[in-house]
Write a protein that binds this ligand. Structure first.
Ligand SMILES: Nc1ncnc2c1ncn2[C@@H]1O[C@H](COP(=O)(O)OP(=O)(O)OP(=O)(O)O)[C@@H](O)[C@H]1O
Length: 245
């Protein structure tokens, strides 16, 4: 094993980060350093209001820090324009939002395929997941979306063209997970991804996310209050009053 293998370049590197919602407010987040290695599985935990969702939004480039640097995949995210951050996110980050953010007038399949519309890279990677005889791009993408939905027990609902608005909250959460996974982005971020599931289905669902991430060598960053799941992660990051403990 080389020195490089022992200390791979971090996929996420936060440095001197401060975040406040208003310029005259005190910092909600104050993180001197957070490095995440490629392929690591990180659980972020902490009391309600401690800034977990805000931290995820900073990592995904939805918002930018008041001070400090954020490097993702070696690229400086905080100095990019909003449009560049949107492109970067579409290409490299799958995000399961706390409120799912599904588009109500699109079908289940169309929701899952959204990242492939915004990102050529995700489209090509999703297409490459379909081995075998050459298919048309749209067929290959649909097949990959269906594979993910079937893994998540939603194949039937997708084939029956059930509107997303008629899905249970737990089903919507799984559609959001399939959408985040499609095209194997390097980083999967999930905000309370098991909150709408029964206790006995949480571990199965998370195992599935972990397996998909491992197969595609994705880095997984999850916020959860569920202590029972912590053994499934490589590292826990505890946020208290906006600082890492
Ligand atoms: N858009 C916003 N404008 C101003 N304040 C906000 C905004 N979004 C969140 N906040 C505040 O930032 C603080 C941290 O919120 P955040 O959602 O990051 O916490 P959290 O740790 O994820 O909480 P929870 O576990 O309840 O989801 C809260 O006090 C919240 O009210």
């Amino acid at each position: 094993m080389t020195r490089q293998d022992l200390h791979p370049r971090p996929i996420v590197d936060l440095d001197g980060l401060r975040f406040r919602w208003r310029s005259n407010a005190s910092s909600l987040l104050s993180i001197e350093r957070l490095r995440i290695a490629p392929g690591e599985r990180i659980l972020i935990e902490g009391p309600s209001g401690s800034g977990k969702t805000t931290l995820l939004n900073l990592l995904a480039g939805v918002i930018t820090p008041s001070q400090g640097r954020i490097h993702i995949l070696g690229q400086r995210l905080d100095t990019m324009t909003a449009i560049a951050r949107d492109h970067f996110r579409a290409d490299h980050i799958g995000y399961v939002f706390q409120m799912f953010n599904l588009i109500p007038y699109l079908s289940i399949l169309e929701n899952v395929l959204l990242p492939c519309r915004f990102s050529r890279r995700r489209r090509e990677r999703a297409q490459a997941m379909r081995p075998g005889p050459r298919q048309r791009t749209s067929q290959a993408l649909r097949a990959e979306a269906l594979r993910l939905l079937e893994q998540l027990d939603l194949g039937e609902a997708a084939c029956a063209k059930q509107p997303v608005t008629q899905l249970s909250v737990g089903q919507q959460q799984r559609v959001a997970a399939a959408r985040a996974l499609i095209g194997a982005p390097e980083i999967l971020i999930a905000d309370e991804p098991t909150s709408a599931l029964d206790a006995d289905r949480r571990e199965d669902f998370l195992q599935l996310l972990l397996t998909e991430c491992a197969d595609s060598k994705m880095t997984l960053i999850v916020v959860s209050h569920d202590q029972a799941l912590s053994a499934l992660f490589d590292r826990r990051v505890r946020l208290i009053n906006g600082e890492i403990h």
